[in-house]
Design a binder for this molecule. Structure first.
Ligand code: GUN
Length: 291
């Protein structure tokens, strides 16, 4: 069996087109969705990510401010900036790029962002709402994975989904979203004694480990759906995922490439969240006008 390719680039383009149309509509009501992105330090991968976020915002007609700070920024200074952005009516989304330098407490920063502007879906209120199945901002990468599955007609109901990785950004929330869609979910991680024994039972594998080409053909059963969230460099410095793509594609039914799979979906879902936040603000304004 050779797997069908899940084309995240094509799906993300469709989502962005729809976002752009809704942005145009909002603009006729005098509202331009605005995203503030904060980067502390000079990590080159993070710099590329935040610049892409800004560029994509602008290409869809949204406003984006990029706030770049040196790695020496204090926690107090960052909290002050977040407070300012929380109170700025033209800003509908706030994103603080992670990781942060050691002197800054990540949890304090995430919880300082107003939940109604938490377009990353990382605030404990957003995470709690996700856990209990309430409407909330969904974290972008896990949401992107779910949209890809849906787009390709892959229904998680009754399937065994094995998530490899337990980060707050990807592993834990993607497992919750799969559970909401009636999958049976197993979480695996670095302390799982026999990973292969688990992954070989999976109908759907979500690889979010952070190790280049770690998942080989012998990890998967014939016909499994393989979603690769990894973003690594191989021995030649070439971008690759957590999955050995060439080997696994011969056994899987569907597979995401890296690049061009989950990656483009993350930004598309961030754009959608920022738009949703601006739309929610408009409907609130309209409701208060009619009182
Ligand atoms: N670092 C890696 N992924 C992400 C993300 O989705 N959002 C933020 N804020 N930081 C990240």
């Amino acid at each position: 069996m050779t797997a069908e390719l899940i084309d995240g680039k094509a799906v993300s383009l469709k989502i962005k087109e729809r976002v752009q149309q809704r942005v145009e509509k909002l603009k006729t009501n005098g509202i331009t969705p605005g995203l503030s992105v904060i980067l502390v330090g000079d990590d080159s991968a993070s710099q590329t990510y935040v610049k892409n976020k800004k560029k994509t915002c602008e290409s869809l007609g949204m406003r984006s401010d990029l706030h770049l700070y040196p790695a020496s920024l204090t926690e107090q200074e960052l909290l002050k900036k977040i407070d300012e952005l929380n109170n700025d009516p033209d800003i509908h989304g706030i994103l603080v790029q992670l990781p942060l330098p050691a002197q800054i407490d990540e949890f304090k920063i995430i919880t300082a962002i107003a939940p109604e502007k938490d377009v990353d879906g990382f605030h404990p209120i957003s995470v709690g709402n996700l856990m209990i199945g309430k409407d909330t901002f969904l974290p972008c990468t896990p949401h992107g994975v779910m949209v890809l599955l849906e787009h390709y007609g892959i229904d998680p109901a009754g399937k065994h989904a094995v998530v490899i990785g337990r980060s707050n950004i990807v592993g834990k929330p993607v497992g919750q979203l799969l559970l909401q869609k009636d999958a049976t979910v197993t979480y695996c991680h670095s302390k799982t004694p026999d990973l292969k024994a688990m992954t070989q039972q999976a109908d759907i594998i979500i690889a979010a480990i952070g190790r280049a080409k770690f998942i080989g053909a012998d990890h998967i059963k014939e016909g499994a759906v393989v979603i690769d969230v990894g973003m690594n460099r191989d021995e030649n410095g070439k971008l690759c995922g957590d999955v050995d793509f060439e080997a696994v594609r011969e056994r899987a039914s569907f597979i995401t490439p890296v690049p061009g799979g989950v990656g483009p979906m993350t930004i598309a879902m961030l754009m959608e969240n920022t738009l949703l936040s601006a739309e929610k603000g408009l409907s609130k304004d309209k409701a208060s006008e009619s009182v």
